[in-house]
Write a protein that binds this ligand. Structure first.
Ligand SMILES: Cc1cc2nc3c(=O)[nH]c(=O)nc-3n(C[C@H](O)[C@H](O)[C@H](O)COP(=O)(O)OP(=O)(O)OC[C@H]3O[C@@H](n4cnc5c(N)ncnc54)[C@H](O)[C@@H]3O)c2cc1C
Ligand code: FES
Length: 279
């Protein structure tokens, strides 16, 4: 069992949890993730390692379905059954020159760590973070600290620039020489935003979020198409060349279990109402 040291709702439906997991914390690098189970009968879900500090690992997640709602209901001092990691390849950190890191929604979770690692490798780092509205924006202070320059956007204009992160990225690549870009967020956002760098041939990484089960390359749930080939995001990724990813296939595969997900969330809500758990 792994104890939860701290937990906090940092934005609307977005939570941070610090888990005591020394084996993960001591080996974690920017861009990697963990797979957790809240209890012994629970499903496994992948979550990015947002930060590691001493023996603790921070995960930042949005409550979207049954397991993330169950995780959000956990209190400091409680424990989760498993946390496996660090999994996947770390981000490609080297001296690129000028890098832009774009985070959207809960995808901002690990952008401060990637920005810090790129900065430590001698790069100029420009950050762009976007959310639906001001209440859903996360980790702005950490990004401001990690980046040489930070741009904030909201879809409804309630904070920063009114519009999408893609609009800012388009302007930056039109005006300046950019050597590498990271885009992390919902699949549709990564698809659209990565178009801004395609024509210019700027190396662009996206962190793919297919459904995962084992995280070891054995079950095949996380298979994606990159450069016309089948890859397993858990062991070959999660970061891939954005201009080679088949985003439409990924979005189609993400919808496979929609009915079951809805049913599981409805059952969870009924359970919460009847026993008061999580309230
Ligand atoms: C490498 C990786 C890192 C991720 N990091 C984060 C993060 O840092 N913060 C965050 O909020 N979310 C992250 N996600 C997405 C997160 O795993 C899903 O939101 C979570 O699994 C939803 O589970 P649920 O039971 O609450 O919702 P469900 O109702 O089961 O599903 C809601 C949505 O999540 C997707 N999903 C469901 N099960 C899985 C699964 N086992 N693996 C991946 N996606 C799934 C579904 O396609 C659906 O769109 C990451 C996904 C991957 C692959
Ligand atoms: S999660 Fe099973 S192969 Fe990647």
């Amino acid at each position: 069992m792994y104890t939860i040291e701290k937990t906090h709702e940092i934005a609307d439906k977005i939570f941070e949890i610090w888990v005591n997991a020394p084996h993960v914390a001591r080996n974690a690098r920017a861009g990697q993730f963990v797979i957790i189970r809240t209890d012994e009968t629970g499903e496994r879900i992948p979550l990015t390692i947002s930060r590691a500090s001493g023996d603790l690992v921070r995960i930042v997640f949005m409550a979207v379905g049954k397991t993330t709602h169950a995780l959000a209901a956990i209190k400091a001092g409680d424990a989760i059954a498993d946390i496996v990691g660090p999994l996947g390849h770390p981000s490609e950190i080297k001296a690129w020159g000028t890098c832009v890191i774009v985070g959207g929604g809960a995808g901002i979770a690990n952008t401060p760590c990637i920005a810090e690692a790129l900065k430590a490798a001698g790069n100029t780092v420009i950050g762009i973070i976007g959310a639906r509205n001001a209440g859903m924006l996360i980790l702005e202070d950490e990004m401001r600290e990690a980046c040489d320059e930070l741009h904030v956007t909201t879809d409804d204009g309630s904070k920063g620039r009114h519009g999408f992160a893609a609009d800012v990225l388009k302007e930056i690549v039109a005006e300046r020489k950019v050597d590498a870009v990271w885009i992390i967020g919902p699949t549709i956002m990564m698809k659209i935003t990565s178009m801004a760098t395609k024509k210019k041939g700027i190396k662009t990484f996206v962190s793919l979020n297919p459904i995962m089960v084992d995280g070891t390359g054995m079950c095949g749930s996380c298979r994606c198409q990159v450069a016309g080939k089948t890859v397993f995001a858990c062991v070959d990724g999660p970061e891939f060349d954005a201009h080679e990813v088949n985003f439409d296939q990924l979005m189609q595969r993400q919808r496979y279990y929609m009915d079951q997900e809805k049913e599981a969330l409805a059952r969870w809500n009924q359970h919460v109402c009847s026993c008061g758990e999580g309230r």
